[in-house]
Design a protein around this ligand. Structure first.
Ligand SMILES: [Zn+2]
Length: 498
């Protein structure tokens, strides 16, 4: 344990937001609208009507402080899966009285997002947005400053290119978000403020826990998974070869040793339908959430991980970073190159590089899994056929569109612009205006953070959560909502294929 190694010492406290981000992130008083200073008070909801804040107070403890409380609990033994690693048997209580004093501090505070833009020369209204948060629970050497260091170096590189006379075809927007840790507040309010412009945003690239070790990892919407792989094939790894080769090797080794969980980043799932490097699904816990799940902007999240036992504690400091994460800053350079190339390639692409064939395959696999889960739960009578047929059709149309993408680079600029607009619109077709049941802020029908899974993603959330609740009527209704979304996307793909 630190200061001898990467793991948290006994006095480490892992802070974290207690906001119900699965309901909605951002300013708790302004869901769906930007919390600008001049917003009339009448447009802010009263504190007692807020659904995104818990009513039970809580206090994070170090295991140094929790140990005497746990040790003196009596009563029955805790279930096996509740037994921890402290050297005594855990009991469920009673046996201990604890006097806790908590001071709650509700106030309006000003936060600052710092936004830097480069104008686009050919498609000025198409934005490539890239960001990382700047606020930290304490010192935040890894979370977020290792990501910010890489982002600022990418910005530096783009500045050098601009001095040499280069201009991006699309507008590039770099964002340093504030108040992420309290509930994705800076990014959510900015996204709500720019909802109209972001309909034309071609991508949002996130990084957060930028470098906590030497192992590159990523999450993305299916349409950008191959894009992320391609970018990592263009960047050298400090370990030799390319980032892509080392990433693939690490996943193979981890699979062999079944230790994936140790280094898995927050919010990264396991869905994969091809035999390539696995890229996780976007759940929550970082600033991509408002972009993909509220507005349908295709998003990615990248980082370089390792044993990181000081997350959200006072020990996430510079001394820990240079001892454990990246002593010579070579992985910082790697992250700057990957992050910068994501922005450059997307800003200058003639044909937007979305891969909808992979998206279609994943959609079919999500539906197969949900159908099996419904059968296992005894929910008979659910009609999956229309949704499955729509997903199959999506993949077929996507293959035609892929042909078109491969041969479109020589098209006239008007034809290219029209094709790119259609390609981008597909992700927007997955949004449903009423939002998910019980949480209307979340509008994406394919991805959401789970109501009960913390940071992790739930796929086709409307359908899966209705099945989990054994609510047949809601499950059927949500299958219809999903089918409608897929049919909208199919109409867009069909137009693009012509
Ligand atoms: Zn963070």
């Amino acid at each position: 344990m630190y200061p001898h190694g990467p793991w948290g010492p006994a006095t480490a406290v892992q802070r974290g937001s207690v906001q119900f981000m699965f309901k909605y992130p951002g300013d708790a008083l302004t869901p769906g609208i930007a919390s600008r200073p001049n917003l009339p008070e009448s447009q802010r909801i009263p504190l007692d009507q807020v659904t995104s804040l818990p009513k039970i107070p809580s206090e994070p403890l170090s295991y140094h402080d929790a140990s005497p409380i746990l040790e003196h609990l009596s009563g029955p033994d805790a279930p096996r899966e509740w037994q921890g690693a402290l050297p005594f048997t855990y009991h469920v209580g009673p046996g201990v009285k604890v006097h806790i004093v908590l001071k709650m501090d509700y106030q309006y505070r000003t936060i600052w997002d710092v936004i830097g833009t480069v104008a686009g020369s050919e498609f000025p209204d198409e934005w490539v947005v890239a960001g990382n948060h700047r606020d930290a629970w304490v010192y935040g050497a890894v979370d977020p400053n290792s990501g910010t260091a890489a982002m600022l170096e990418a910005v530096h590189g783009i500045g050098v290119l601009l001095q040499q006379g280069w201009k991006p075809k699309r507008r590039i927007v770099f964002c340093s978000w504030d108040a992420e840790e309290e509930g994705l507040i800076g990014s959510t309010e900015w996204v709500e403020d720019h909802a109209i412009q972001l309909v034309h945003a071609v991508a949002y690239f996130n990084t957060d826990v930028g470098v906590s070790g030497p192992n590159f990892d990523a999450s993305a919407v299916p349409s950008l998974k191959q894009f992320v792989r391609d970018v990592t094939k263009a960047v050298p790894s400090p370990k030799g070869g390319t980032v892509y080769q080392q990433w693939k090797q690490h996943q193979a080794d981890a699979m062999a040793h079944r230790q994936v969980g140790v280094e898995e980043h927050a919010g990264r799932g396991n869905a994969h339908v091809d035999n390539d490097v696995t890229i996780g699904d976007l759940g929550s816990g970082s600033d991509f959430t408002p972009f993909i799940q509220h507005l349908g902007v295709p998003s990615t999240d990248i980082g370089s991980g390792g044993p990181y036992g000081v997350y959200h504690s006072v020990f996430d400091n510079y001394a820990w970073f240079v001892m454990n994460a990246d002593p010579t800053f070579v992985y910082e350079q790697e992250m700057a190159r990957v992050f910068g190339l994501e922005a450059l390639h997307m800003a200058d692409a003639d044909v937007l590089p979305y891969d909808y064939v992979t998206y279609g395959k994943e959609l079919s696999s999500y539906l197969d899994t949900a159908q099996k889960k419904a059968q296992d739960a005894g929910l008979t009578g659910l009609d999956f056929a229309p949704a499955k047929a729509a997903a199959e059709k999506f993949t077929l149309l996507a293959k035609q569109v892929k042909e078109k993408q491969e041969h479109a680079a020589s098209d006239s600029s008007e034809a290219l612009a029209a094709l790119n607009t259609q390609l981008r619109a597909v992700e927007g077709d997955f949004l449903t205006e009423p939002g998910l049941p019980n949480r209307p802020w979340f509008k994406h029908t394919i991805y959401a953070p789970g109501e009960y899974t913390g940071y992790a993603a739930v796929v086709i959330p409307g359908v899966n959560e209705a099945i989990d609740a054994k609510d047949l009527a809601r499950a059927q209704a949500q299958l219809t909502v999903l089918t409608d979304a897929l049919n909208r996307a199919n109409a867009t793909l069909e137009a693009a294929a012509k």
